[in-house]
Design a protein around this ligand. Structure first.
Ligand SMILES: Nc1nc2c(ncn2[C@@H]2O[C@H](COP(=O)(O)OP(=O)(O)OP(=O)(O)O)[C@@H](O)[C@H]2O)c(=O)[nH]1
Ligand SMILES: [Mg+2]
Length: 305
């Protein structure tokens, strides 16, 4: 046991010193729940709080292109950053990781940028407990900043906001007509909005509309940036805002931590639920007389303790 403990301490020290192999191994262990990962997570020193920037928004809004431009800008400022791309393993997004690899290809040779992806498995585009744990491992390394990209579908914007220090919601001018339907809840999760693809028609009108809405909802402090991610236009200003230190009220910090704890508990409780087995159990019973989904769920507790 003592030997094991020493090894973990050394491992964490290596991660902290910027050893990429040690980091990559820790991330793989944590992602796949391999034995010492639980201990590793419990020993990591979180006092060095690397800021996490969440970048979310609808599919194809240009998030990866923007992250690539941000990475260029920040590494020019001699900052070291990690990018975690949350890749939904949904059939709708099949191949998006390949796309990201192309869009961020430049960064793969950039020694100041570390890129890693994480599959979300079942939770369509959502942020899994694994994402939280991997972000914590990245925090133990020597990055100045961590960027996490997630596709905004369903709950995921809210989830990402729970673990990022600043969340940026990326939209495109075409979203202008739908913006009325953006619930005020969504307004609350973002600390900044980006209207990307500002080379397209309607960008100014949309950005103004957004600003007006924010004012009306008393969110005057939330900036709206216009960018053309493909050409790195507007990115300098966005990066300066990203680097600005903000002090959050304790109340907000606790709310965010509670959200984080909630997700970790959820992951822990759902750990033994095997979807394939669930489907086969359901297939066996669905045609039985008196089949009832609620009774079925009650019985499942015995199958997935
Ligand atoms: N016209 C224009 N196109 C852009 C701009 N930024 C990105 N794009 C294009 O938009 C498309 C989608 O870009 P991505 O960066 O992959 O978008 P994403 O939001 O990461 O997409 P997902 O991760 O699949 O949700 C690509 O074809 C980009 O080249 C921009 O500023 N203007
Ligand atoms: Mg992307």
């Amino acid at each position: 046991m003592i030997r094991g403990q020493v090894d973990i301490e050394q491992w964490i020290a290596k991660i902290g010193n910027g050893n990429i192999n040690a980091l990559a191994r820790a991330l793989t262990f944590v992602e796949n729940d391999i034995a010492p990962s639980a201990e590793l997570l419990r020993r990591i020193d979180f006092r060095d709080n690397t800021p996490i920037i969440g970048i979310t928004g609808p599919p194809g809004a240009g998030k990866s292109t923007l992250v690539n431009a941000i990475a260029d800008n920040l590494s020019e400022r001699r900052l070291k950053l990690a990018i975690l791309a949350v890749d939904p393993t949904s059939p709708f997004n099949y191949g998006s990781l390949l796309g990201d690899r192309i869009r961020m290809s430049k960064q793969f040779n950039n020694p100041n940028v570390y890129i890693r992806s994480v599959a979300t498995r079942g939770s369509l585009g959502g942020v899994s407990g694994k994402t939280i744990e991997m972000l914590d491992v990245l925090k133990a390394a020597d990055f100045d900043l961590i960027i996490v990209e997630t596709v905004g579908v369903g709950q995921s914007e809210v989830e990402i906001a729970g673990l990022a220090d600043k969340t940026i919601l990326v939209l495109v001018p075409e979203a202008g007509d739908e913006i009325q339907h953006i619930k005020s809840g969504l307004m609350e999760i973002a600390q900044a909005f980006v209207v990307n693809k500002a080379d397209r028609e309607g960008a100014d009108v949309f950005a103004n509309k957004l600003q007006k809405m924010l004012r009306e909802q008393h969110h005057d402090g939330i900036p709206v940036f216009k960018t053309i991610a493909e050409k790195s236009i507007g990115v300098e200003e966005l990066c300066s805002w990203i680097l600005r230190k903000e002090k959050f009220a304790d109340e907000k910090k606790i709310r965010l931590l509670a959200q984080k704890a909630y997700q970790l508990i959820e992951t822990k409780r759902m750990k033994n639920i095997d979807k394939i087995k669930l489907i086969s159990l359901l297939a066996e019973r669905v045609n039985q007389q008196n089949f009832n989904i609620y009774s079925f769920v009650d019985q499942m507790e015995a199958y997935f303790p």
